[in-house]
Design a binder for this molecule. Structure first.
Ligand SMILES: [Zn+2]
Ligand SMILES: [Zn+2]
Length: 380
């Protein structure tokens, strides 16, 4: 009845980013990639949609030109970005995540929430987008409580440079929203303020991942690229970010709040997308304890292929795990930086996975219920 072939095709190693804006070998992207990202950021929606529908559109259209950035915020100091943004004497640092408005008129997204995770999550403005860099690993523990396990484990991801997360600074409501009930089963649909991506609450079979036992106590698990992500709202982050701050942002740029309105009042009625207009006239979403749990789709303007585009690529470095029926993950520990231990029960016995991530390699030692061990080493 529950084969749990939660195969996560969005994590497949053969997933090639349609814009080619990927990080090769975990290294720094070339200037071309950076320019591509900038150009996309400066293009209008129509052009972006077109770009999302064309494969290999990376450098074909040079007419869009560089974005004429006029935002009164410091531009990113990242290499290759010097052609964008205003000439400014501001040091090349990240925009403080306490920035809440840009004062440039029109609807502006609040960017609160990230500051609670500033040591590990970097946020800066680039053109019309916020860029968020993280390694996708939360400060809280992971994996404990999963009863439907694909034998994947959390490994840090290179969500940085051209492979960083991005969403509009000035989100706009779409004429035709995209529902997560019938689509968006690939890729992330939101990003938590601790730098962990959030996927559709429905897995690729259309089943509720939480009810299927696939999620840990924090609403997450590891996908086929051993990439940790949530499938429900990380409501537990509300205590970290404090009252009034979002716990996540949908990739359309609209904030996702917890179980209160930003002013602390009870959540008012929500639409099919788990959102509504706030008292400030700006749309936002809420996390809920029942489906759809998070944003129920993209109420705002986004470019969509079969997922929201662009978004970071995760690359599997080992063959996809298979469902380990009967396994229950009982404990997970970070033994030392880059060293982890996952314990699980299986058929009355106990087994575990020890693994170490160092440089470009990941070394696993699997210990089965009989105490026998097997070592596997992979390059990333
Ligand atoms: Zn997943
Ligand atoms: Zn609200």
């Amino acid at each position: 009845m529950s084969d749990h072939d939660h195969t996560h095709p969005h994590h497949g190693a053969d997933h090639v980013h349609p814009h080619g804006a990927r990080v090769d070998g975990g290294g720094r992207p070339g200037a071309l990639d950076r320019r591509s990202l900038l150009r996309l950021g400066g293009m209008g929606l129509g052009a972006l949609l077109l770009a999302a529908c064309r494969s290999g559109s990376d450098g074909a259209d040079g007419t869009a030109g560089a974005p004429a950035t006029t935002l009164p915020v410091p531009s990113s100091g990242a290499p290759g970005s010097s052609t964008s943004g205003p000439a400014t004497s501001t040091p090349p640092t990240s925009v403080p995540s306490t920035v809440t408005t840009l004062g440039a008129g029109g609807t502006v997204a609040a960017i609160g929430g990230f500051e609670a995770f500033a040591p590990t999550v970097a946020v800066f403005a680039e053109g019309d987008h916020w860029i968020v860099e993280s390694d996708g690993m939360p400060a809280h523990s992971m994996m404990t409580g999963i009863t439907s396990w694909q034998q994947q484990v959390p490994v840090a991801q290179p969500y940085r440079s051209a492979n960083a997360w991005r969403f509009p600074i000035r989100p706009r409501l779409a004429d035709q929203p995209v529902s997560a009930r019938t689509g968006l089963f690939r890729g992330a649909i939101a990003l938590a303020v601790n730098g962990v991506p959030i996927f559709n609450a429905l897995n690729n079979r259309g089943d509720d991942a939480l009810l299927a036992g696939e999620l840990d106590q924090w609403g997450g698990h590891a996908g086929r690229a051993d990439d940790y992500h949530y499938h429900v709202a990380p409501l537990h982050l509300q205590d970290r970010v404090g009252p009034g701050a979002p716990i996540a942002y949908a990739l359309d740029g609209f904030a996702i709040y917890g179980q209160q309105e930003p002013d602390g009042s009870p959540v008012r009625p929500l639409d099919d997308y788990n959102g509504h207009l706030g008292a400030d006239g700006v749309y936002h979403y809420h996390g809920t304890r029942t489906y759809p749990y998070i944003n129920g789709g993209m109420r705002g303007v986004v470019a969509v292929s079969d997922q929201v585009e662009p978004q970071p690529v995760t690359k599997a470095f080992r063959p996809a795990g298979t469902p380990l029926r009967g396994a229950v993950i009982t404990e997970f520990a970070t033994v030392a930086p880059g060293r982890y231990r996952l314990d699980y029960s299986l058929g009355g016995g106990r087994a575990r996975v020890d693994y170490e991530v160092s440089g470009g390699s990941v070394r696993f030692v699997f210990t089965d219920v009989n105490g026998a061990t097997r070592t596997e080493v992979y390059s990333r």
